[in-house]
Design a protein around this ligand. Structure first.
Ligand SMILES: Nc1ncnc2c1ncn2[C@@H]1O[C@H](COP(=O)(O)OP(=O)(O)OP(=O)(O)O)[C@@H](O)[C@H]1O
Length: 478
């Protein structure tokens, strides 16, 4: 391998390491890296033609790549991974066909050219010649910097936020945890643009053929490999541009076949001593709630009031609209099917929403599990963790969807104590629950929902003893 080839591979590695946080943390199959590389390569040479010194042109092209990455992140902010793949693949094609279609922009088939072995004067008076060897040093330094940055991002709070949003987008959104797609894609865009600009200056040419959508697949395959081990990423990006094109496709298929998500083992983060549960109080008043789904009216004029310091149970037969009501109210809440964030320890999960995670771990009795892998928790402990996550946001109104499901008797007792503690600290607590013993033991007020309307409302003993409720609810639940 010549020095030039080695330098080019190192530039490509910069793009790969820049893509890793988007792929690994945010779980995004980004297939637009070749478009960002095109912005870097063509952008730098065009800006130089427009009169910028080459150093300034390269920097401006990198910024343009980062901006394009951020814009792509905003475009796919809510998209599911398959749509992210399709959309970003479309962008790669668009960039490629625009370059082919506008020779004035891209220099046509042979591309834009510039002297490769150029002598560059810097503003501080130092002059140097851009030899392949110098590129090798540049590219290596850039590679180390981008790699170190991507490792740092992984451990940062932003990295954990991206991981949480990757594992459960809806849950993360309900806890107001940002998805970080814009930032991870800005990094991917900037790094790929740096790779494109570096390679163009190195080779003295920026041609459409060098930034075909195949390059996007190769960079993605290498980033996927690098999420397993950085050396594997190096091997893939060094090998792929030098072998037959079909091997890229085969490698991606193999990666999908053996794919697994990086799981976090137990952590070892320090715990502060837990404090008092902070007081925050709020109320919920909903009037005449109507929701139609799939042409059927699921909620038909529901009124719901939860006062500060009150535990309000919403009960009713399966399909009566309880979860639909929680969805419509956009509350800070737990979900019925709640896998949580399997890649983050309980302490890390709570640290995403609170500066005082130990207080909330203590609240639900999970202090000793703070650094456990979530997979090691029981179903009930995971439910308690979900309650703690919602509570840790300090939202004044909290909703829990069947929090006791799958809990042992002891865990149920803990849950009852937690709900009481939250109400005592001023929260308005809304609980959807099938377990009537738990409802009777905790709720101040019960609303019974049947077919989208409230058929009874009041103190738990009276409501549960009510004849209509017995018939509708217990009859249907039995
Ligand atoms: N997206 C949807 N499109 C059409 N119908 C839906 C949709 N989501 C829910 N439904 C229907 O709305 C009704 C109420 O569902 P919901 O989940 O709110 O009930 P629930 O009271 O929470 O029941 P469960 O106790 O089983 O959780 C059900 O009949 C369900 O089939």
């Amino acid at each position: 391998m010549s020095v030039s080839e080695a330098a080019r591979d190192l530039y490509l590695l910069v793009a790969v390491f820049g893509l890793v946080p988007a792929v690994r943390l945010a779980g995004l199959p980004v297939l637009a890296a070749s478009a960002f590389a095109a912005i870097g390569g063509v952008g730098a040479l065009q800006l130089e033609r427009a009169g910028l010194p080459i150093g300034g042109a390269v920097l401006a092209a990198i910024v343009a790549g980062a901006v394009a990455g951020a814009a792509t992140g905003a475009l796919v902010a809510r998209a599911a991974p398959p749509f992210v793949a399709l959309t970003t693949w479309a962008l790669a094609w668009l960039a490629y066909t625009v370059l082919l279609g506008f020779p004035s922009l891209s220099g046509g088939g042979q591309g834009l050219t510039r002297p490769a072995l150029d002598t560059v004067e810097t503003p501080i008076g130092v002059t140097f010649t851009l030899t392949p060897r110098l590129h090798l040093v540049f590219a290596a330094v850039l590679c180390v910097l981008v790699y170190a940055f991507s490792v740092w991002v992984t451990r940062s709070r932003a990295g954990m936020e991206a991981t949480a949003a990757r594992d459960d987008h809806a849950l993360a959104a309900s806890l107001r945890i940002p998805s970080r797609r814009v930032e991870t894609l800005a990094l991917a865009g900037g790094a790929a643009a740096a790779a494109g600009a570096g390679a163009s200056v190195l080779l003295g040419v920026a041609a459409p053929a060098d930034v075909s959508p195949l390059l996007a697949l190769q960079l993605f395959a290498a980033a996927l490999a690098a999420t397993r081990s950085p050396l594997l990423g190096v091997a893939v990006i060094v090998a792929l541009p030098h072998v037959a094109d079909w091997l890229t496709a085969v490698l991606l298929l193999a990666a999908v076949a053996v794919r697994g998500r990086p799981r976090v083992a137990a952590g070892a983060d320090e715990l502060k001593p837990p404090g008092e549960l902070p007081a925050t109080s709020g109320e919920l008043h909903a009037r005449d709630l109507h929701v139609t789904l799939g042409g059927r009216e699921i909620l038909r004029g529901l009124d719901l009031d939860v006062r500060a310091g009150e535990i309000h149970a919403l009960i009713g037969p399966n399909g009566s609209g309880k979860t639909t009501a929680l969805n419509a109210l956009h509350l800070t809440r737990t979900f019925q099917r709640d896998a949580g964030f399997p890649a983050l320890t309980p302490l890390q999960q709570l640290a995403l929403v609170s500066d005082d995670p130990s207080t909330y771990l203590a609240l639900v009795g999970l202090l000793e599990r703070a650094n456990s892998a979530p997979a090691a928790l029981t179903t009930g402990e995971r439910r308690l963790l979900a309650v703690a996550r919602a509570a840790a946001t300090e939202a004044p109104v909290l909703a829990f969807d069947e929090p006791a499901a799958g809990m042992s008797a002891a865990e149920r007792e803990s849950l009852i104590a937690v709900l009481r503690a939250l109400a005592q600290a001023g929260r308005a607590v809304l609980v959807v629950e099938h377990d009537l013993r738990l409802v009777a033991a905790t709720a101040d007020v019960v609303t019974v929902l049947d077919d989208g309307v409230a058929i009874a409302h009041g103190a738990p003993d009276a409501v549960i003893a009510d004849e209509t409720v017995q018939r509708v609810y217990l009859g249907a639940a039995a």
